[in-house]
Write a protein that binds this ligand. Structure first.
Ligand code: HEM
Length: 171
């Protein structure tokens, strides 16, 4: 993985997680931020994940956008280890949820259980010609999401905006 920030992938999931958290990890003496296996760091200090699978209902109200990539933020002699592995968005009509593969150990199987880390509200897809863009400006941590961040944030904590961009399904 190159060290220099790269632009967001044209299709994929772009998420800054929470700028204050990423800044905090950068300020820790042994803080480390790794993006690999389909994830990249972006010019704005956020992250992008590649598209893994798009499964949308015809009306685009429900379905799953699954991404691939592994982002790890660690520090404090290994006591802090926040891992976002293969995130996915489940569109549930009135709202959506963000899941990640359960963070157990390195090299866990891709079909392992997933955890719901945030609830999201978005205004649907924007048509961008050959792509569909889905932008959630309201991203709220669930209890499990709060646990992922060491309970340093409460459940309901507002996280940064999240944008998914996928190829438009063939008509
Ligand atoms: C030895 C262990 C730790 C120490 C000494 C420590 C220290 C700190 C300090 C001093 C802050 C405040 C930073 C600031 O306001 O600028 C902070 C914030 C935070 N810490 Fe830790 N921390 C530890 C472990 C952890 C762990 C285990 C996690 C997560 C798994 C974690 C996640 C966070 C988060 C999410 C924040 C809030 C960042 C923000 O948005 O401002 N920390 N920590």
């Amino acid at each position: 993985m190159p060290d220099t920030p790269l632009p967001s992938q044209p299709h994929g999931l772009a998420w800054g997680i929470k700028k204050s958290f990423v800044d905090y990890v950068g300020s820790i003496a042994d803080g480390s931020i790794t993006a690999r296996s389909g994830a990249l760091t972006t010019d704005d200090g956020g992250f992008s994940f590649g598209v893994h699978r798009v499964d949308l209902a015809e009306d685009l109200a429900t379905g799953t956008l699954a991404f691939t990539g592994d982002v790890i933020l660690s520090g404090h002699d290994g006591m802090m280890h926040v891992r976002l592995l293969d995130p996915a968005i489940d569109l549930l009509g009135s709202h959506a949820q963000l899941t990640v593969a359960a963070d157990t150990v390195e090299g866990t199987e891709p079909d392992q259980a997933r955890i719901v880390i945030a609830r999201m509200y978005a205004g649907g897809f924007a048509d961008q010609g050959d792509a569909l863009e889905w932008r959630a400006s309201t991203v709220l941590l669930t209890d499990e999401g709060a646990t992922l961040f060491g309970k340093q944030y409460p459940s309901g904590q507002m996280m940064d905006e999240l944008v998914a961009r996928v190829a438009k399904p063939a008509a």
